[in-house]
Design a protein around this ligand. Sequence first.
Ligand SMILES: [Zn+2]
Length: 515
Amino acid sequence: MAEAGTFADRVKQQADIVRVVGEYVQLKKAGQNFRGLCPFHSEKTPSFNVHPTRQIYHCFGCGKGGDVFSFVMEMEKCEFPDAVRVVAEKTGIAVPRAKERSPQERKQNQQRSAFVEMHREAQTFFVQQLEGTAEGKAARAYLEDRGLDKSAIDRFGIGYAPSGGDALLRILKQKYAEKLLGDSGLVSRSEQGDRMFDRFRRRITFPIANESGKIVAFGARALGEDQPKYLNSPETPIYSKSNVLYHLDRAKEALRRSDFAVLVEGYMDAIAVARAGISNVVASCGTSLAEPQIKLLGRFTKRVIVNYDPDAAGQAATERSISLLLEQDFEVKVLALPGKADPDKFIREQGADAYIKVLKESPPYVDYLIARARQMDLSTAEGKLRAVNFLLPYVQKIPNRLLRSEWATRIAQQLRLEEPVLRAALSRAAAERRSEVKTQPELMGRAAKPVERRLIRMLAEGEGFRSELAQQLQQGQLYHGLETEKIFTALIVASLSGEPVQPTELAASLEERDR
Ligand SMILES: [Zn+2]
């Protein structure tokens, strides 16, 4: 009923059946599913089940079942188009003007089918080019270099767009009108608009399929030094990048079975991870994750391990994704690969087993973010304030109070803040709907604790064991993040030198307030 690319299909992808049904039936979580009293027959014990991952409902009492649209049709006693509208409204999707099957709409449907067909033909063409031409041979050599052998090429439909400039165009022109070709995303127009040519030239092509497995776009990597290095299809009537997750069509079953997804940035990463045996991988594909993509993924699982590139852009994308995923009630872990590697590079260099091992050890996003906050300079009050304000928006997104409270404890411990003061500052920010803590001198400018004073004294005066104590403190890095960190650093350096500690020299190396 909901054909790929149609409005109904888009609504279905974004709607959450549990929420929609939940407006009619009181549902309780029962294992993976939700259960309630059937609205279609009279019963005292619940036998009406809603499956969030499969997006269907079923009643074991009366046998009724279906998807979100058939549920609304039954409840509202309406026809399919009206049910689509109702679900769209409940999901917050703007409904196009209601002219069902107008000549206009029929034309759009025909166009979409033509675009899908063109992409199928383009795919056949690209695959032939990679397999059977001299240019394609160079592309195969490149792929081999990247560790992609014949079986990988076949499995992921990798192809090659030749350098000629109109080879694909000439084939498509035999069947399709010029106007249609221009809107397909496969063909570009010259700036004057008088000439058309292939959009992808001298590039390795990766087919991008929608959820039901139809190719709706291509990603393409330059074979030489051409810019941009990666070129994707533009937005077309059948492709909107924020509505598509690369590899989802092939990952569906594994996502349901394993009940978690690995989220990576690009198609090369997704291919590498899938080949490592983790087929429940999807890629947000060049762009950072968008809300429709998250809703789409949420139909299969609500648990995600984010494994983006560890560079600055990747870190920013990771943090943005965490926010969005938390808003949609996902359970989020983050894998930051050692050695600044992206998944593709890591797997090529370390192997699949090494990847699976680190994947299994991925920490919850909490630990990832705290680790990021700890990289900030925590030795000053301003630095601590920055770190707290970096974490605060995430804390505020945690819907569960208990979890939120656990967080506060851990942040206080890890950033070495006074917990009650941090809590007070957090709840003040929440009450005033602010996403940052204003300057709190009492929160940040903490005095040295007795044990810190005692250790400092021992370092300064304990002639006999000073250097051993200094060594121990340094190895354990026990003084890191303390208000007195700078004093410890100076004293430890002095103690390890073996010379007697000179108070005046030491003082000269410290700032005013530490002296
Ligand atoms: Zn029933």
